[in-house]
Design a protein around this ligand. Structure first.
Ligand SMILES: NC(=O)c1ccc[n+]([C@@H]2O[C@H](COP(=O)([O-])OP(=O)(O)OC[C@H]3O[C@@H](n4cnc5c(N)ncnc54)[C@H](OP(=O)(O)O)[C@@H]3O)[C@@H](O)[C@H]2O)c1
Length: 376
């Protein structure tokens, strides 16, 4: 049977970057993306835009023949697919990669569950049928290291429900979603990945997603950030998207990664100190997009941050609200142990680039793309 990937989340940061890597790693493979859109024409338009870009950038002239789309929404019954469409997917698919999720932190829990847990259940239902037919080689689930919630200290790949509390409904719904996948380990050949904070491509700086760390960076550029919660030595587990997707494709190809959970994280040795990230940004923007004053940033405790925030109103308060996405990452000292992933990556030639070695490219892309607003 020819290798065929059925992918959700293929229009997002993680999914789009997986496409060229999968097509290269599996030379005769084809891919169907399940994409949100009002009908086939709208979906074809979105998929063509991805293929057009990758054809040039990744030198993949045959990508238009190998990549197609089907309309679907993971939050709908049967993902909104007709019975005929489902049968066709089941007939062709050898690998399912489920990356679609809401990554918003502020959904009510039932809404977050409807997309993140409901979507996972629906994809697993398709996977189960493929598996019973004997044609499914792998169900890859894109989880997150944030399932550890408010736990501090060392976090291990095999741990999941440890009585932790959560900072937001994203973390909680992704933890529950991972549980749903793990419960199928004895029936479906699953692999779970848990990336940490994904940032742009270490070689180009490119990203399509300007959240989490990008929000304070943008405020630094505008000169609107004068203090941040956290200590300079607080570590941020930043991982560039090219390394994340290279690592995941390499690991999913190993027979030994069935029923495995892998931290795709920087880990204790390689996480970037908050001070280095913030000061590096100040220096970069002072040089490349100067204001009529020097930018200065103070590091303050979480309590002090909340105290200052409580005294703010209107625009200032809204500004501080933008830092909410950063808070979970600077509020606890934790380190992700990635021994399972490290073991499978060892000898692969896939080297983790340190943040300092490519930070200027990340910041340069932010400026050049006007934080994603400029075309391209
Ligand atoms: N970015 C990170 O830092 C990070 C870190 C750890 C883990 N992850 C995980 O990685 C996965 C992908 O995240 P990402 O960073 O690529 O996010 P993203 O850029 O926001 O992409 C999300 C993807 O999910 C799709 N999607 C959302 N709701 C959907 C629905 N109801 N039905 C069908 N598709 C839907 C989006 O489609 P549209 O294009 O139509 O919106 C998009 O393709 C997620 O599972 C996330 O939890 C991300």
């Amino acid at each position: 049977m020819d290798t065929h990937f059925f992918i959700t989340g293929g229009t997002g940061l993680v999914g789009t970057n997986l496409i060229p890597r999968l097509l290269r790693a599996y030379p005769d493979s084809t891919i169907t993306l399940m994409v949100r859109g009002d009908g086939q024409d709208a979906v074809d338009f979105r998929v063509r835009a991805i293929a057009d870009r990758l054809a040039g950038e990744e030198q993949m002239p045959d990508i238009h023949k190998r990549l197609s789309g089907i309309p679907g929404d993971v939050s709908l019954d049967h993902c909104g697919l007709s019975q005929n469409q489902r049968q066709e997917i089941i007939r062709r698919t050898t690998h399912i990669i489920h990356g679609a999720a809401t990554i918003r932190f502020d959904h009510p829990i039932e809404e977050a569950r409807a997309i993140n847990c409901g979507g996972t259940r629906r994809l697993l239902a398709i996977a189960r049928i493929c598996s019973e037919r004997g044609t499914l080689e792998r169900f890859v689930y894109i989880g997150t290291s944030s399932v550890s919630g408010q736990r501090g200290g060392a976090i291990f790949e095999n741990e999941l429900e440890m009585g932790q509390r959560f900072f937001n409904t994203y973390e909680q719904s992704k933890m529950e979603s991972e549980r749903i996948v793990r419960d199928q380990f004895d029936r479906i050949p699953c692999t779970i990945f848990r990336p940490s904070i994904i940032i742009g491509d270490s070689r180009t700086g490119r990203t399509s997603s300007f959240n989490v760390i990008y929000i304070p960076l943008r405020l630094v550029q505008k000169g609107m950030l004068t203090f941040v919660p956290g200590k300079p030595e607080t570590t941020l587990d930043l991982v560039p998207i090219d390394w994340v997707d290279d690592a995941m494709v390499h690991i999913m190809r190993q027979p030994g990664s069935v029923s495995g959970v892998y931290h795709i994280t920087a880990g204790p040795e390689r996480a970037a100190p908050l001070g280095e990230v913030v000061r590096g940004a100040v220096d970069y923007f002072d040089k490349h997009t100067p204001l009529n004053r020097k930018r200065t940033i103070e590091f303050i405790s979480r309590d002090e941050f909340e105290k200052r925030r409580a005294g703010m109103r209107g625009r200032e308060e809204a500004l501080m609200g933008q830092l909410d996405t950063l808070l979970p990452y600077v509020s606890v000292d934790r380190l992700f142990d990635s021994r399972n992933a490290d073991a499978l990556l060892s000898g692969s030639g896939i080297e983790f680039p340190r943040y300092g070695s490519y930070a200027e490219r990340i910041l340069g892309y932010c400026v050049a793309s006007n934080w994603g607003r400029a075309a391209g």
